[in-house]
Design a protein around this ligand. Structure first.
Ligand SMILES: Nc1ncnc2c1ncn2[C@@H]1O[C@H](COP(=O)(O)OP(=O)(O)OP(=O)(O)O)[C@@H](O)[C@H]1O
Ligand SMILES: [Mg+2]
Length: 380
């Protein structure tokens, strides 16, 4: 009999039934989007925003709400982003018969090149070509589309703009203004603006920026250890294996409860158990799997380390060995030769903007929880 597929998935959107916890966040998101609210979903990387939104949109679809999902960072120019936005909105609002009259009218003012494939039902939109083409003047009309279409066709829509912090890369404040002005008019359209790099998102939501107080903020927390324990235990049990309590604790502690890393280590542990045909798994197995993961990354870590300044390295070493609280203790500053507290703050900021560290509940942490393990081994 073929071995069952590894049930631990990382780096992909998680679907039911392997979606752990997040029930209240899911309910809230579905409710708010169905109400046409504009929600800002924030968390550090790999906490599960995209998976949560995908599941929310899936549930909304079942309630006959038309859904659109766009990852802002996938596009290399403002024009391309606007084209994909228009395409996806048209496709979601379709069928073609329903939207074609409106498209003709839209076409008159914006003059896009819209192609419709009768066989596949696909739409493609081209707004203008050439490096000199500036889509800024037509952007408001593109962002107005969901409102126009929902009004015309009497339907409701929910739209996710993922990696939203990247929007300012396109055209600074003007794109934020254009979106803000249009979406606030759209009663029938719920929006979720999801963003990693909470510091960038918070900046975008600050006073004097277009999105200030545009809608409720939702911070995604880590998933509690108890839910992970149930999930991991259940999966291994289905395969006739056990991971003891100490092993579970070790796994969750190494992964720092970051969803991506919990799944990644559990995934490796599963493969390891299959390979060795081991029925009972312990903390030592978790450690050994983690060691191979760290070893596999060592070339990358080495390169990364070489690019860092002496101060940044010292700061990371202190954080890896002593934890975040210690960065404010004079003894630690002295032991790691960190210099004055202001220098440490500067190093922390630069490591944050390089996506090596981020903040969670006011404390700095490693975005990749295996990196501090490598740092500790290196210094020992
Ligand atoms: N509710 C969940 N249940 C189980 N695993 C999850 C859950 N949420 C996230 N994960 C795990 O974390 C990984 C990353 O999730 P996801 O891509 O949704 O996060 P994200 O916050 O959008 O990340 P990024 O900021 O990198 O875009 C998933 O592939 C999965 O392994
Ligand atoms: Mg994501």
């Amino acid at each position: 009999m073929a071995a069952p597929e590894n049930p631990f998935v990382f780096g992909e959107i998680i679907e039911e039934p392997n979606f752990v916890n997040r029930t209240s966040e899911l309910d809230q998101l579905v409710r708010d989007l169905a109400d046409g609210q504009k929600i800002f979903l924030l968390s550090p990387r790999r906490f599960g925003k995209s998976s949560l939104v995908a599941l929310a949109l899936f549930k909304l679809k079942k309630r006959h709400i038309h859904t659109v999902s766009i990852t802002v960072s996938s596009y290399s120019s403002y024009a391309q982003f606007l084209e994909k936005f228009a395409e996806k909105v048209l496709r979601a609002a379709g069928p073609w018969d329903r939207v074609k009259d409106w498209v003709t009218r839209f076409g008159r003012s914006v003059k896009p090149d819209i192609n419709y494939n009768m066989t596949t039902g696909d739409v493609s939109v081209s707004l203008g070509k050439g490096p000199g083409f500036d889509p800024t003047p037509i952007a408001p009309e593109v962002f107005a589309m969901p409102g126009e279409l929902t009004k015309n066709a009497g339907l409701r829509m929910a739209i996710c703009l993922d990696e939203f912090q990247q929007i300012s890369e396109f055209n600074g404040g003007s794109v934020e203004n254009a979106i803000r002005n249009q979406v606030q008019e759209q009663r029938e359209v719920g929006y979720v603006f999801a963003g990693s790099q909470p510091s960038l998102m918070k900046e975008m939501l600050s006073a004097n920026r277009p999105f200030h107080r545009a809608g409720p903020l939702m911070f995604l927390d880590k998933i509690p250890a108890a839910d992970w324990k149930d999930f991991i235990t259940r999966q291994f049990r289905n395969r006739g294996r056990t991971l003891d309590d100490k092993g579970l604790e070790t796994l969750l502690q190494i992964a720092d409860l970051i969803p991506y890393d919990v799944q990644r280590i559990a995934h490796e542990l599963w493969d390891y158990a299959e390979l060795k045909d081991k029925r009972e798994l312990h903390a030592s197995d978790v450690n050994s799997v983690t060691d191979s993961l760290v070893a596999g990354q060592s070339t990358y870590y080495e390169l990364l380390w070489e690019q860092l300044s002496v101060r940044q390295r010292a700061t990371l070493q202190a954080l890896a060995e002593q934890g975040p609280g210690a960065l404010y203790s004079q003894a630690v500053l002295t032991e790691f030769r960190l210099g004055p507290a202001s220098t440490v703050q500067k190093a922390l900021h630069s490591l944050d903007s390089r996506d090596i560290l981020d903040r969670y509940k006011d404390a700095y942490f490693f975005l990749d929880p295996l990196f501090p393990r490598w740092i500790r081994e290196k210094a020992s």
